[in-house]
Design a protein around this ligand. Structure first.
Ligand code: 5GP
Length: 193
């Protein structure tokens, strides 16, 4: 088990409905030393890529993205969620369905902060069905930029997102891939990587 898998076993809580709660260290209270280890690991895995920007989605991707960004020495741009948008030509827009909140949001990024010269590492806390990632990929594509890679903390391997994104040809690196979990026993099963 790697450092993140160990932490999930120690502090993660399995909820009904295939939800893994990691809010004591990942997406509510945040363990910055853990994020720093994650940043180091992503830097190692994407060492050969010319990354000049990190893109994530609010809210829970932002903390991780900021610490990861220090390892790459690049800025972070986060896609903002909004219920509706007056598309005035100043923003890129994508539609994202929230797995946890079961609603649809539009996410936007200002055209000022993403363009054809950008080589992007996309970072997020969770990958489930891949909707959030597909929205972010669409926004980078609209900007004419390049997605150099995708770094995820926790991938739920029993949902379709990982397979879809890898089939599209992206280098997707998930630090922990959960292949199954059981709310009754609290057990989490990780994929061997
Ligand atoms: P996707 O768009 O891939 O279906 O879901 C990704 C988003 O849903 C993530 O940004 C994350 O916030 C949320 N999410 C999906 N599954 C879980 C889960 O098991 N636990 C938590 N805490 N968030 C999740």
């Amino acid at each position: 088990m790697n450092f993140l898998e160990e932490r999930i076993v120690k502090d993660g809580v399995v909820k009904e409905g295939n939800i893994l709660k990691v809010d004591s260290f990942l997406n509510h209270q945040m363990d910055i030393n853990l994020f720093d280890q994650m940043g180091e690991e992503f830097k190692r895995r994407f060492a050969d890529k010319p990354i000049n920007k990190i893109v994530t989605i609010e809210a829970s991707g932002i903390g991780i993205a900021c610490i990861v960004a220090r390892h790459f020495g690049v800025p972070v741009v986060f896609a903002k969620k909004t219920q509706s948008v007056n598309i005035d030509g100043e923003v890129y827009v994508a539609e994202v369905e929230s797995f946890t909140h079961k609603c649809k949001n539009q996410v936007i990024v200002s055209k000022k902060f993403l363009g054809p010269d950008d080589h992007v590492l996309v970072i997020d806390d969770f990958l489930a069905n891949g909707c959030a990632l597909q929205g972010l990929i669409s926004i980078v594509a609209q900007a004419g930029g390049t997605v150099e890679g995708i770094g995820i903390a926790v991938e739920k391997g029993f949902q379709q997102g990982g397979r879809i994104i890898r089939n599209l040809g992206y280098q997707l690196e998930s630090l922990a891939i959960v292949d199954g979990m059981d709310a009754a026993t609290g057990k989490v099963h990780f994929r061997e990587q």
